[in-house]
Design a protein around this ligand. Structure first.
Ligand SMILES: [Zn+2]
Length: 183
């Protein structure tokens, strides 16, 4: 294990957590933001991701899956973090669950922070919508109402920017538009 991998991975995680924390304050979920991704410091997640560190530009989890066929870090992460669609996914259900509001808000902060860290200076307010539509929207197995919530949030951000869109009130308004009856 290279020392530069360990510190590089640690730096990427801390940068991601710091951005999520700042966004979570705007979004009205500071406690969730503070503890976001804390399981990345567990040995099972930390050491695999340090081993497959990709210079902070791509996910080590993707690399681990390519090399090993699966990622232990990811399996542990999705089973311990409610801010991932995969935590809620249940193949025995005809319709996937409506994820509670606070975890959807954490997901918004997480996705924005991830694209900002990976894209760096190339990040624009359109970046997340583009990534969501091209990579996640069609692949994610989640309730359609939840997917529509994300599409609308990222579309608004692409037009108005983060500061105008990320507030608890505005996110709740969009969430209630699609998911109110169920929560
Ligand atoms: Zn996470």
């Amino acid at each position: 294990m290279k020392l530069s991998n360990i510190f590089g991975h640690l730096k990427t995680v801390l940068k991601h957590k710091w951005l999520v924390f700042k966004l979570s304050i705007k979004a009205g979920i500071p406690i969730r933001g503070f503890f976001h991704d804390i399981s990345k410091f567990s040995p099972v997640e930390f050491w695999e991701s340090a081993k497959f560190y990709q210079g902070g530009k791509r996910s080590p989890i993707t690399k681990a899956k390519m090399e090993q066929g699966y990622s232990k870090a990811w399996i542990h992460h999705k089973n311990n973090n409610k801010h991932h669609f995969e935590y809620w996914y249940d193949y025995t259900l005809k319709e996937q669950p409506i994820i509670p509001f606070k975890y959807c808000v954490e997901m918004v902060c997480d996705k924005l922070s991830a694209s900002m860290v990976y894209e760096g200076s190339n990040w624009t307010k359109e970046s997340e919508l583009k990534y969501w539509l091209e990579h996640e929207y069609k692949n994610a197995i989640a309730n359609d109402k939840i997917k529509e919530f994300f599409t609308e949030v990222f579309t608004e951000i692409s037009k108005k920017g983060i500061d105008e869109v990320i507030s608890k009130k505005n996110l709740k308004r969009i969430y209630d538009k699609y998911c109110r009856s169920s929560n």
